[in-house]
Design a protein around this ligand. Structure first.
Ligand code: ADP
Ligand code: K
Length: 431
């Protein structure tokens, strides 16, 4: 007996042979479209010695080139688009970068798909038409806020567009409106839990029943903590702007064991981080996603950098779509700090402005209470609180993240001994 039902039963329980045939046809159409309309893809295909005609089975996809974040940067802002700019109905950009942001565009067809996959995600998370939805993802260029907003409306929820920050006001609105559903980052859910507890709430007096949490890695320990303190059920939502935004995959609330990939729109592969070879289901590697139904900016074989695995097909909900496990880490050096993507090289670029600082630094990530903290240790001949404050201000302005800066004695930080220097110490998983 199945314990779940679905927002889109036809799509979510499509017989596997039918699904695979659909995926192949959609991938073929996408490859054809990209080759005809996007010079970058034409060049990539030529360099890899493939043409769209070579895609005659799903296993042929492995011969096609990957798309990297750098491809978006190199063609900033609209170089990978396959519709005229006049067709665009919305533009989003990835956070955490300045100047070289990655810009993604949607036409009306793409916005419809975005709303559909988010509606499926929210439904899998437990939301049902008529519920109130407290949406605490950031609105603006980040895909989180507006993406989940439109999906909530599509599902038939009453969406409260709270956006991020201003915790006192959030608490007030939760008390007054009594929403059943909330979406935010897992770390912000913990902040809200603290604030609600300070107001004298217990899990029983908090109206929320379902939390849809994502945009950053989190653990089952955090899930249990959020569920216990807020008195709700929490599921994982996964996504990235290059593919569409949040709503590429979501867990089912009755199962909470791996996120269902909306595979009729996004084709998943897991590849070896070193060789790029496609790995069998069940093995850990880099998640590579193709958006097969997008029109403004479809991408083929996008290298997400996220390490996970595809889970076996058998599940307790009756869906035929595959699930992905939680994100175990990243194959590149990108850090995610409170939902914002940060590369150490961005911090390094800021440090280079200060003549008083040495090029020796270390980044220590920890979790203080619910929030991520980034401590930047850097060697300096001058031990001046004014200097460290200037570093903090400049990083906030240029990279968009708040850090703590500690100036260290010359020679006190680790040096590379031939191998890859470990500049980042991530203590967040250590409890
Ligand atoms: P932004 O730049 O605004 O943070 P992106 O779409 O670029 O938004 O971020 C996407 C990345 O965020 C993913 O590639 C992944 O690393 C991370 N991410 C998103 N959802 C999750 C999740 N549920 N678990 C772990 N990491 C996530
Ligand atoms: K993110």
């Amino acid at each position: 007996s199945l314990s779940a039902d679905y927002f889109n039963p036809a799509a979510e329980t499509m017989p596997v042979p039918e699904l695979r045939a659909l995926q192949l046809a959609q991938l073929q159409a996408t490859a054809e479209r990209l080759s005809q309309r996007v010079p970058t893809y034409r060049a990539k295909f030529a360099a890899a010695g493939v043409t769209p005609g070579d895609l005659s089975s799903l296993s042929d996809l492995g011969r096609f080139p990957f798309t990297y974040k750098s491809d978006l940067r190199d063609t900033y802002p609209f170089g990978l688009y396959s519709v005229p700019r006049t067709e665009l109905r919305r533009i989003h950009a990835s956070s955490g970068t300045t100047g070289k942001a990655t810009v993604v565009g949607y036409d009306q067809h793409d916005l419809d798909i975005f709303a559909e996959v988010v509606a499926r995600s929210l439904y899998a998370a437990g939301a049902r038409p008529g519920m109130l939805f407290h949406n605490a993802y950031g609105y603006g260029l980040f895909t989180g806020g507006l993406g989940t907003h439109a999906g909530g409306e599509r599902l038939g929820l009453g969406v409260v567009p709270v956006s991020g920050g201003n915790t006192d006001k959030q608490v007030q609105l939760i008390e007054d409106f009594e929403p059943e559903v909330i979406a935010c980052t897992p770390s912000y859910a913990m902040v809200l839990a603290d604030a609600l507890a300070r107001r004298g709430h217990t899990p029983e007096t908090i109206s929320l029943k379902y939390a849809v949490l994502g945009a950053e890695p989190w653990t089952d320990t955090m899930r249990r903590e959020v569920e216990r303190r807020l008195g709700l059920k929490a599921t994982n939502i996964y996504g990235l702007s290059e593919i569409i935004g949040p709503g590429v995959a979501n867990e089912d609330v009755s199962e909470q064991s791996g996120s269902y990939l909306w595979e009729d729109h996004f084709y998943p592969e897991i590849v070896d981080p070193e060789t790029g070879a496609v790995l069998p289901d069940g093995e850990f590697g880099v998640l590579v996603l193709s958006s097969m139904t997008r029109s403004a900016m479809p991408v083929l074989r996008y290298w997400t950098g996220d390490i996970t695995r595809l889970l076996p097909a058998d599940n307790s909900t009756g869906r035929t779509l595959r699930r992905m496990d939680g994100i175990q880490g990243r194959s590149d050096d990108m850090l995610i700090l409170r939902g914002v993507n940060v590369y150490p090289s961005q911090l390094e670029a800021v440090l280079a402005h200060f003549t008083e600082l040495r090029p020796h630094y270390q980044l220590v990530l920890s979790r203080s209470g619910a929030m991520d903290e980034l401590l930047l240790k850097v060697e300096s001949g001058r031990h001046d609180p004014v200097l460290s404050r200037e570093v903090v201000i400049r990083i906030k302005a240029q990279v968009g993240v708040s850090v703590t800066c500690e100036l260290c004695e010359d020679g006190s930080l680790p040096r590379s001994e031939g191998g890859k220097l470990k500049r980042v110490l991530d203590l967040r998983a250590v409890r």
